[in-house]
Design a protein around this ligand. Structure first.
Ligand code: 28F
Length: 657
């Protein structure tokens, strides 16, 4: 168990390093920005493991000028004694052997990172060099690894230059690792400070008391993350700028053999549910058994409380889970062994025991909290919010039935707006949601009608943030979108009835267009999140300029590319700036924006659900001051540009279509 000391002989050897460079995707997912940063998080993971087991409390992360990163902890230091059969130090075994680690077969570490914990050797294998210093027993040890090609061109990855040796005396304790990701693997990608900040903050929230000191030597920027309140502070952070229904988050902690649960939640006056769950510090975006267990326990405990305190009369039926979760922001933090991840993106917890454990621990701990008279007012607030939600749910059900009837009656009307595609092949089908009737008209004429459907938007759709589902449904533009997609929304959302594989938002490259984009994304984010998570939502990018001469035309999609395009065109060129999609004729629109072989699409994804949540609140909520502040803070570009760019920074990533 945790606390038992062990040495190099405990390290189990599974595989050599060779495989990593051959198939980096198997180990870090991609060799893009995410995989690049993964190298850092592998090292940080090890430091967190050590600290979670009670050794040390601080991690320093430094982004160095030469492109390398340094991670240092003040734990016990990786074992330096020689492994009995491998005849090298524990440090060398950890850094040169895939899956080396007590993590994989013994109980030295209480909870391991599951799928993520492939280890430091992967980082070493994909780095040009990697230096490890261990401070232990008053001595400083060092070993340097490097990756190189020999005279025959054969690659040697992550090889120790010489065995680990003692290089001096020290009073320090811990492990320090510096590595330079290899350009051969990652091209010119560099560490992104904001990206590192976001994950470091999240890790500090998830590991109460852990202090993460961040320094970017390239710019001089720095941050320190340290939360004594852990995920209770996380919840407060998430609802900044919203109206809270009680002052402080409710927090509880439960434990079983090899199972740890932490829950924190608060309520705001919003109408949606915001759940964030984590298993062994990994976000479980698709939820899973732990979330199911929590929801079922929460509903039961709240209904029981409402009944025994006379807020539900005998003849009244129980409130539903969804009623109780209206306006909740909750963080679930689970630490357990042998995690199984499932789902489309392997971010859904599958372990059945997690449901029963979270359920029983929540019932136990939450009941204790609610039986405390000090918390009666909190319970009352939750129950009355739930009762309001139940009322609206009944009303919305009627509204929905109405909508359904209306829609079949208005189907002609809808068909009039929607230009459907002729092929029924869903995999190939695309729906363009187009700003404005004139652009919609061009899109209808320019499209490939076999698989492209066009839905022109007349006015601005309703901003779904701060609106209840019944109000959202009352909006005609939104209703049209829902009918066209055929999935239903919210609790009733059903991905399997989706009519289009790609849903492409096409709006002008101006402030209004950005606003419409943001409104549509917010609607999908709040009511059809699976549509985003499953990778169906895209943003179409129309060109900003046409640079042309007599027999030369080039479309330009960003300001930064314009000078080169002009240079390519040479003298006597003409320049047209497109103010809107409507200025393009059908052929041009097809060629620049709709043709799958030529167009640029941005695939919308939620990489960081918590940051996306805050961003949507800031940009779409009603705290005008917060929005202004946000826009001012990020005022490097045009304001309208910035509004959209920062929305997409968190919510979208560029994808090759
Ligand atoms: C900057 C990155 O990697 N910190 C680490 C330790 C401490 C021990 C340890 C690590 C046994 C089998 C792995 C020390 N003394 N920071 C870090 N601190 N690994 S990694 O043990 C090695 C494990 O594989 C440690 C006694 N027990 C464990």
């Amino acid at each position: 168990m945790a606390g038992k000391n062990y040495d190099s002989k405990d390290i189990v050897v599974l595989e050599g390093l060779d495989a990593v460079r051959l198939r980096p995707g198997m180990y870090i997912g991609t060799t893009g920005v995410k995989g690049f940063h993964h190298l850092l998080w592998e090292i940080v993971d090890n430091a967190i493991d050590e600290i979670s087991n009670g050794y040390g409390d601080t991690i320093r992360i430094t982004l160095n000028k030469d492109g390398s990163a340094t991670v240092e902890d003040n734990g016990r230091g990786i074992p330096v004694d020689k492994h009995p059969t491998l005849h090298k130090s524990g440090v060398e075994v950890v850094y040169t052997t895939l899956h080396a680690g007590g993590k994989f077969n013994n109980a030295n570490y209480k909870f391991s990172g599951g799928l993520h914990g492939v280890g430091a050797s992967v980082t070493n294998a994909l780095s040009s060099w990697c230096n490890v210093t261990v401070y232990k027993d008053k001595k400083e040890y060092f070993v340097g690894f490097h990756s190189y090609r020999d005279e025959n061109g054969k690659m040697h990855s992550g090889v120790a230059k010489e065995p680990l040796k003692c290089v001096g005396k020290t009073d320090k304790q811990g492990t320090k690792v510096t590595f330079l990701p290899d350009k051969e693997m990652f091209g010119n990608i560099t560490f992104n400070f904001e990206n590192v900040c976001n994950r470091a903050r999240e890790l500090a929230f998830l590991n109460k008391g852990l202090k993460i000191v961040l320094q970017d030597e390239r710019t001089g920027e720095g941050e320190i993350y340290h939360y004594e309140g852990g995920i209770a502070d996380f919840v407060s952070y998430l609802v900044e700028g919203k109206n809270k229904l009680f002052a402080k988050p409710i927090y509880f902690h439960g434990q079983d053999k090899n199972f740890d649960l932490e829950v924190a939640f608060i309520y705001t006056d919003s109408y949606t549910e915001n759940s964030f769950s984590f298993v062994n510090n990994i976000p479980t975006i698709e939820g899973g058994t732990h979330e199911t267990g929590f929801k079922s326990a929460f509903t039961k405990v709240m209904n029981d409380w409402a009944r025994s305190n006379n807020f539900l009369k005998e003849k009244e039926s129980n409130l539903l889970g969804e009623d109780f979760r209206e306006g909740i922001t909750v963080v679930l933090n689970v630490k357990m062994n042998n995690v199984q991840f499932e789902g489309q993106t392997k971010t859904k917890l599958g372990n059945p025991e997690a449901k029963t454990l979270v359920e029983s621990l929540t019932i136990k701990e939450l009941s204790i909290i609610l039986s405390d008279k000090k918390n009666s007012s909190v319970a009352e607030v939750i129950v009355s919010k739930a009762k309001g939600a139940a009322k609206v749910r009944e009303a919305a059900k009627k509204a929905k039935e109405l909508t359904r009837a209306k829609n079949s009656a208005e189907n002609f009307n809808l068909v009039g707006k929607l230009a459907a595609s002729t092929s029924k092949d869903r995999e190939k089908s695309e729906l363009f949601i187009v700003e404005g009737d004139s652009a919609g008209g061009s899109a209808k004429q320019g499209r490939d009608r076999r698989f492209q459907a066009i839905l022109p938007l007349r006015g601005k759709p309703l901003n779904a943030e701060k609106k209840r589902i019944d109000q959202v449904l009352a909006n005609e533009e939104i209703r049209t979108i829902i009918s066209a997609l055929n999935t239903g929304i919210g609790q009733d959302f059903d991905l399997s009835s989706l009519r289009y594989n790609k849903v492409i938002i096409l709006s002008d490259a101006d402030q209004d267009g950005a606003h419409i984009r943001a409104i549509l994304l917010t609607f999908f984010f709040r009511y059809m999140r699976e549509l985003i998570n499953d990778g169906h939502v895209y943003i179409g990018l129309p060109p900003l300029y046409k640079v042309y001469k007599k027999d030369y035309t080039e479309y330009v999609y960003s300001d930064s590319e314009l000078p080169q395009a002009i240079a390519r065109a040479g003298r006597n060129y003409s320049l047209q700036r497109y103010k809107g999609l409507g200025e393009m004729n059908p052929d041009q629109l097809w060629e620049t924006t709709m043709d799958p072989d030529k167009r640029n699409l941005i695939k919308v994804s939620i990489d960081d659900a918590a940051e996306a949540e805050r961003l949507v609140t800031t940009l779409m909520g009603d705290d005008i001051e917060a929005r202004k502040q946000y826009i001012n803070q990020h005022a490097n570009f045009d304001k309208e540009d910035e509004f959209y760019k920062n929305y997409s920074k968190v919510n979208t990533k560029t994808a090759v279509d």
